[in-house]
Design a protein around this ligand. Structure first.
Ligand code: UDX
Ligand code: ADP
Length: 460
C-alpha cells in the first residue's frame, strides 16, 4: 500500500446521494489537504451539486459545500478517472430492497455495489483502500474482495467497512460530532494499516475515543442492528399508542415516564404515523432475510414484526380518518400537511405520506398536499399519478391546502406547522373541522378551543 499520507491524499466517493454528498463535504471541510471528488453517473445530480441549488435539502449543508467546493471538494461524472487517481474509494451507492428473483422483497439488491467493484477492478493501476459506506448485508466485503481480485493482479486492495450513522435532517450535526465512527477491517497487518489510514482522516475532528475499530463482519452487522433496534423502538411505542387510544392513557405521558428510566432512555419514543426513510424498512427486511438465510426462522419472524407493526400503524391512521368522517371521505377535501418522511429533509423514500395519500385516493377523497421542501413533480411520481389527475392538488402553502378542507392531517413534523394560524383557516372552513396530528406536534387544547376536533396518535 502506498504511503498515502506522505503525498496529497485523494479520496473518490462513488455515489452523490444523501449519504455520499454530505459525508464527503464534511471530510473536505475538515481536511483541506485531502482532495475529495464525489462522482455519480447521474449527470443532473452532479450538475445540481455544482450549482447554487443543491440536490438535497439538509440544514447547514450549503455552508460546508460552499466552503470546500472548488478548493478540495469536487463533484464530477468522470467516474473512471477519479477512481484511478484515488488512494481511498468510498462506495456510497444505493442498495434498495431486491424486487426480483431470490430474496425479492427482503434481501438488499447489491447490483450497484457489484458494478462499482467491477469498475474499480477495471480501472485501478495503483493500490487502494476500498470503503463500504452503503448499508450492506454481512459478508459483502468478501464479494467485493473477490471481484476486485479479478482485476490487475499487481494492484492490492484492502476493503474496510465504515457504515454511516447520520440521520437525514440532522446530517451535518451528526457528521460534525458523531456518537461514534465505526471502522471494520481485516485482522492482517495490511488490514490494520488500512484501518489506521482511515482513523487518521476522521481523527482530524472526531475524538479518538469515539472511533471504534472492529473486524469487518462486526462493523457490517452493527449498522443493520442499530437501525433494527431504532425501528423496533418506534414500532414498540406505536403498538402502545393503539392501547392508549382505547384505555384513556396518553402515549406521550407513557413515553416520558418510561424514558426517565436510564436503562430505557428518552430518545426514539415518539409515537407517529409510522416510520419512513430509506433505511429502516430496508435494513430490517435485510436482517430478516439474513436470519432466514442462516436458518434462524424464529429470529426472522421476530424482526419481521417490526415491519408488520409499522404497516399497521399507517393503515390505522387512514382508518381513523375515514371512520371519523362518518365512514366516507368520497368527494371530501382532505389536507395533507407534510410529505417528506421527517422534517428538515426533501427525501420522500418510504414516507408514510405515500401510503396515507394512496389509501385516501382509493377512498375517492380529494387530497390537497403541501410540503415546504418536496417538489410537486416528486409527489406526483411517488403517488404514481399524472400532474392533471383531478384527485390530487399540490398546494403552495399549508393555509391553501387546509382552507375549506373537511379534515387536515399532519404527516410531517415541520416546525412551521406548529405556527399555522388555524383560526383563520377555520373561519372559511366547512364544519365540522377535523385535525389528525400524526406527529403529535400541535397544541391540542388551543385548537379545541377554536372548534377543531383533534385526534393525535396514542390518546383517547
Ligand atoms: C436512520 C438512522 O437514525 C440513522 O442512524 C441511519 O444512518 C439511517 O437511518 P433517518 O432514516 O435519516 O436515519 O431518520 P430517523 O431520524 O432515524 O427517522 C426515521 C423515521 O422514524 C422517520 O420517519 C421519523 O419520523 C420516524 N421516527 C423517529 C418516529 O416515528 N419516532 C421517533 O421517535 C423517531
Ligand atoms: P443514499 O441515500 O444511500 O446516499 P442515493 O440513492 O441518494 O442513496 O444515492 C446513491 C447514488 O449512487 C445515486 O445518485 C446513483 O446515481 C449513484 N450510483 C449508483 N451506482 C453508481 C455507479 N456504478 N457509479 C456512479 N454512481 C452510482
Amino acid at each position: 500500500m502506498a504511503d498515502v499520507l506522505s503525498a496529497l491524499m485523494k479520496i473518490c466517493c462513488i455515489g452523490a446521494g444523501y449519504v455520499g454528498g454530505p459525508t464527503m463535504a464534511m471530510i473536505a471541510h475538515k481536511c483541506e489537504d485531502i482532495e475529495v471528488t464525489v462522482v455519480d453517473l447521474n449527470e443532473e445530480r452532479i450538475a445540481a451539486w455544482n450549482s447554487e441549488k443543491l440536490p438535497i435539502y439538509e440544514p447547514g449543508l450549503e455552508e460546508i459545500v460552499s466552503d470546500a467546493r472548488g478548493r478540495n471538494l469536487f463533484f464530477s461524472t468522470a467516474v473512471d478517472e477519479s477512481i484511478a487517481e484515488a488512494d481511498i474509494v468510498f462506495i456510497s451507492v444505493n442498495t434498495p430492497t431486491k424486487t426480483y428473483g431470490t430474496g425479492a422483497g427482503k434481501a438488499a439488491d447489491l447490483k450497484y455495489i457489484e458494478l462499482c467493484a467491477r469498475q474499480i477492478a477495471k480501472v485501478s493501476t495503483t493500490d487502494k483502500i476500498i470503503v463500504e459506506k452503503s448499508t450492506i448485508p454481512v459478508r459483502t466485503a468478501t464479494t467485493i474482495k473477490r471481484i476486485l481480485s479479478s482485476g490487475n493482479s499487481n494492484v492490492k486492495f484492502q476493503v474496510l467497512s465504515n457504515p454511516e450513522f447520520l440521520a437525514e435532517g440532522t446530517a451535518i450535526k451528526d457528521l460534525m460530532a458523531p456518537d461514534r465512527v465505526l471502522i471494520g477491517g481485516e485482522e492482517s497487518e495490511a488490514g490494520q494499516k488500512a484501518i489506521q489510514t482511515l482513523v487518521d482522516v476522521y481523527a482530524r475532528w472526531v475524538d479518538k475515543a469515539n472511533i471504534l475499530t472492529t473486524n469487518v463482519w462486526s462493523s457490517e452487522l452493527s449498522k443493520l442492528t442499530a437501525n433494527a433496534f431504532l425501528a423496533q423502538r418506534i414500532s414498540s411505542i406505536n403498538a402502545i399508542s393503539s392501547l392508549c387510544e382505547v384505555t384513556g392513557a396518553n402515549v406521550d405521558e407513557v413515553a416520558r415516564a418510561i424514558g426517565m428510566d436510564s436503562r430505557i432512555g428518552p430518545k426514539f419514543l415518539k409515537a407517529s404515523v409510522g416510520f419512513g426513510g430509506s433505511c429502516f424498512q430496508k435494513d430490517v427486511l435485510n436482517l430478516v432475510y439474513l436470519c432466514e438465510h442462516y436458518g434462524l426462522h424464529k429470529e426472522a419472524e421476530y424482526w419481521e414484526q417490526v415491519i408488520t407493526m409499522n404497516d399497521h400503524q399507517k393503515k390505522r391512521f387512514v382508518d381513523k380518518i375515514v371512520k371519523t368522517l362518518f365512514n366516507t371521505v368520497s368527494g371530501k377535501k382532505i389536507a395533507i400537511l407534510g410529505f417528506a418522511f421527517k422534517k428538515d429533509t426533501n427525501d420522500t423514500r418510504e414516507t408514510a405520506a405515500i401510503y396515507v395519500c394512496r389509501d385516501l385516493i382509493e377512498e375517492q377523497a380529494h387530497v390537497c398536499i403541501y410540503d415546504p421542501q418536496v417538489p410537486a413533480e416528486k409527489i406526483y411520481a411517488d403517488l404514481e399519478i399524472s400532474e392533471d389527475d383531478p384527485r390530487v392538488t399540490i398546494c403552495s402553502s399549508a393555509k391553501e391546502a387546509a382552507t375549506d378542507a373537511h379534515a387536515i392531517a399532519i404527516l410531517t413534523e415541520w416546525d412551521e406547522f406548529k405556527d399555522i394560524d388555524f383560526k383563520g383557516v377555520y373561519q372559511s372552513m366547512l364544519k365540522p373541522a377535523f385535525l389528525f396530528d400524526g406527529r403529535n406536534i400541535l397544541d391540542r387544547g388551543r385548537l379545541e378551543e377554536i372548534g377543531f376536533e383533534v385526534y393525535g396518535v396514542g390518546s383517547a
